[in-house]
Design a protein around this ligand. Structure first.
Ligand SMILES: [Zn+2]
Length: 254
């Protein structure tokens, strides 16, 4: 695993996640590093987060509204003001063609150089001794699968989802894909200088988490940092899809 080099040009970056708070746990530090370097980052949250409580008598509409506010505040801490909500129902997400089309629309609108999703192949997490195992939330996998196939082939292929052409949305080729929450990372981002902001961003999700989350995340980021010789790091599996011209041949203006 190697440390990611500093961004040298102002990239457009799109982060796609299932739930409000997913981004903050795994990669808000990296987002802060990127926006500090001039990147324009957009968040796309697929579900409304209304399953984020097991209490009786919860007003789901109120909870969804609160989680949106928390997400906007969390994004702002790391330099993100463009946050889009698709309002799918939380907890029962499926990688449908409808979701793939909605994500294709966002990709064609934002036209990102780089997209971040979670690793769609992550079904469960377990250690060799079997302890501390857990099942990856199916919404995470559904979101990742729909996003993966929105990137390719839908976003860059003119005849797929032709209704998007009617909306004036031309095809777009994504050059870089980063998978977060993966067992096979190949790149680490040094977030030591922005770790306080990551925690501040995370703690905005007050309806979901308390101070213990900050402790857990800090421990996790410190372990990742140790592997690459820095205090705190977040890790990804990076995939690069540059074609021969380094840009989308169908859109030479890009
Ligand atoms: Zn989640």
């Amino acid at each position: 695993m190697q440390l990611e080099a500093k961004l040298t040009k102002p990239l457009r970056i799109l982060v796609i996640a299932a739930h409000p708070d997913d981004i903050e746990f795994g990669m808000a530090g990296t987002v802060a590093v990127w926006t500090d370097a001039g990147a324009q980052v957009t968040y796309c949250l697929i579900t409304d987060g209304a399953a984020g409580s097991n209490e009786k008598d919860v007003d789901f509409k109120q909870l969804a509204a609160r989680r949106k506010e928390e997400q906007l505040a969390a994004a702002k801490v790391v330099g993100v003001t463009d946050v889009r909500f698709l309002d799918y129902a939380d907890g029962v997400l499926q990688p449908t063609l409808e979701l793939r089309r909605d994500l294709t629309r966002v990709i064609r609108q934002v036209r990102p150089d780089r997209v971040i999703i979670t690793d769609p192949s992550m079904i469960y997490v377990s250690r060799d001794d079997g302890r501390d195992a857990y099942i990856n939330h199916p919404d995470h996998r559904a979101a990742a699968e729909a996003a993966l196939y929105a990137i390719f082939p839908s976003a860059e292929t003119r005849p797929i989802f032709r209704e998007l052409l009617d909306e004036g949305l031309e095809p777009h080729h994504v050059n870089e894909l980063y998978l977060q929450f993966t067992e096979k990372p190949n790149i680490a981002v040094d977030i030591s200088a922005v770790h306080d902001r990551k925690i501040e961003s995370l703690l905005n999700h007050r309806s979901q988490i308390g101070e213990e989350a900050a402790e857990f995340v800090s421990k996790f980021d410190a372990e990742a940092g140790k592997e690459v010789g820095v205090e705190f790091a977040e890790t990804f599996r990076a995939l690069y899809f540059y074609n021969e011209t380094g840009s989308n041949k169908d859109n030479p203006s890009e």
